[in-house]
Structure formats: structure tokens, C-alpha cells
Write a protein that binds this ligand. Structure first.
Ligand code: K4B
Ligand code: ZN
Length: 265
């Protein structure tokens, strides 16, 4: 029976380690990026992000976030700090209850309104995503910070399906011509990178994070649509109101001597 976990109360992040021991490990995520302590690494090759558009994907509300699963072997990531080729598995976001918080990583202590994670698994070293997710170098997560600003038309292709996944376990098939590359910032050469973990249980220490410096803007109304998702299909609060899915970000974790590399000076 899977162990319930969440972002508040007894099942919140402070207690994850009781059922998910990796959560108490030495290379956990997210972290604060202290830009005065990052180290420029001139050895990185250009990042290669090749996604195709005609990939059938399905959008699900898993109770912790929305998850756009991708099943195209044409969506690949390599280069940069990566030694191997990685394939896009899914993307999701973390967000807050208002525009002042929501990202998992912070930059010099600044928290953004949301954070996009494009999750890839190492197809050179492993046979399946389920195997890769538990192994060192198994996962690479392309990460972009999101702030409130002008409307992002690319995000509307995802948000237009949210009414179908308002309830937990809701699923919607996305067949339109959508390429998740449009969700990334224009500047894809300036990023920070470090070795960390899944930011949700089981918190496997298998993740190489690649975090773009340039922040993506979406409108406040679009951010509000993230918050329209519900956490529980059945349980109603005593007020009879649905409980909305917000503040699904893990607090920052100790760096434990890790060095965050920068692709730029
Ligand atoms: N926030 S994050 O980017 O760090 C991130 C969070 C979750 C996942 C994810 O797809 N899963 C976490 C475990 N889960 C189930 C699972 C599968 C195999 C083995 C064990 C468990 C799947 C990937 C990245
Ligand atoms: Zn995530």
C-alpha cells in the first residue's frame, strides 16, 4: 500500500524521511543557488534539446502536481554537463498559493512564483525510466523559473486541458501540435547545474539538475489556473469547499559541500 505523503502536517516534508529514508540523504534537492559561490565550468559542450511536436501525451492530476507524460523516443536531451543521452519522460510544475512563492530552488534566497521540471531518463545506461529513477546519473531535469508577468501563449496549450483534470486522477489526452520546448526561456546557454535528488518521495539521489538563469513569464491569471487543480476528489473540507493544490514545493535542503557549476561567467 503506497505511503501517503504531502506538503503539510504530519505527512509533510519534515517527516518524509520516516517512510522514505533517502529524503534524509546528503545530496537532496531543492537547494538555494548562492550565485557568489557558483563555479564557472568552461568544459560544458552546448546543451542539445531536441523535442518533436507530434508526440501523443496525456495530462494527469496525480494529487501532487499536474503531470504531462510524454512517450516519444524523439524527445532527447544531451550535451552540456551530461555524458549520456536522456529521453523526455514527463514534465510538471511546482507553485504557490500566491505569486510570491512556489518555486523549489531559490536564487540568492529569492523564491519565484513557480518552477517547471522537464524530467528525462538516461537511455544510454538504463533500460527503463523506472530503473533509471533510482540510479546515479539516471535522471536529468531541465528546470525553468516562472514569474508573474505577460501572458505565455504556449502555456495555454496545457492550461486549456486543466478543466478535465481538476479532480485527482483526472486524465486528458493532448493530441494537438504542442512542443514543450516552447515553455523554456530563449537563452538556453546560461544555466546552473548540480547533482541532487527527486524533490518528492522517494527522493532518490539520481538527478542532475540543469537550471536556466533566464526566468519565464506567465500571467497572474495563468498562475491562478495552476491553483484551480484540486487535491482530493472525495474529501471535502468542513466548509464543503474543494481543497486546491497549492504550495507543492519542498523546502530547500542542505548543500553538504556540493558545488553548483555555472555554464556562464
Ligand atoms: N520534482 S522532480 O523533478 O524531482 C521529480 C519528481 C517525481 C518524479 C517521478 O516521475 N517519480 C518519482 C517517483 N515516482 C514513482 C516511482 C517510479 C519508479 C521508482 C520509484 C518510484 C515517479 C520525477 C521527478
Ligand atoms: Zn518537480
Amino acid at each position: 500500500k503506497p505511503v501517503a505523503w504531502g506538503y503539510e502536517g504530519d505527512i509533510g516534508p519534515c517527516n518524509w524521511h520516516k517512510y522514505f529514508p533517502k529524503a534524509g540523504g546528503k545530496r537532496q534537492s531543492p537547494i538555494d543557488i548562492d550565485t557568489s559561490a557558483t563555479q564557472y565550468d568552461g568544459s560544458f559542450k552546448p546543451l542539445r534539446i531536441h523535442y518533436d511536436s507530434h508526440m501523443c501525451s496525456s495530462l494527469t492530476n496525480n494529487g501532487h502536481t499536474f503531470c504531462m507524460s510524454v512517450n516519444s523516443d524523439q524527445c532527447n536531451l544531451s550535451g552540456g554537463p551530461l555524458e549520456d543521452k536522456y529521453r523526455l519522460l514527463q514534465f510538471h510544475c511546482h507553485w504557490g498559493s500566491d505569486d510570491t512563492k512556489g518555486s523549489e530552488h531559490t536564487v540568492d534566497g529569492h523564491q519565484y512564483a513557480a518552477e517547471l521540471h522537464l524530467v528525462h531518463w538516461n537511455t544510454d545506461k538504463f533500460k527503463s525510466a523506472d530503473e533509471a529513477i533510482e540510479k546515479n546519473q539516471g535522471i536529468a531535469v531541465l528546470t525553468a523559473f516562472i514569474k508573474a508577468g505577460k501572458e505565455h501563449r504556449g502555456w495555454n496549450h496545457v492550461l486549456s486541458h486543466f478543466k478535465d483534470i481538476k479532480k485527482v486522477q483526472g486524465t486528458s489526452t493532448v493530441n494537438e501540435d504542442f512542443n514543450p520546448k516552447c515553455l523554456l526561456p530563449e537563452n538556453q546557454t546560461d544555466y546552473w547545474t548540480y547533482e541532487g535528488s527527486l524533490t518528492t518521495p522517494p527522493c532518490h539521489e539520481s538527478v542532475r539538475f540543469i537550471i536556466f538563469k533566464e526566468v519565464v513569464e506567465v500571467s497572474s491569471e495563468q498562475l491562478a489556473q495552476f491553483r484551480s487543480l484540486c487535491v482530493c476528489s472525495s474529501r471535502k473540507r468542513d466548509t464543503g469547499e474543494d481543497e486546491h493544490l497549492v504550495d507543492n514545493f519542498r523546502p530547500i535542503q542542505p548543500l553538504n559541500g556540493r558545488v553548483v557549476k555555472a555554464s556562464f561567467q
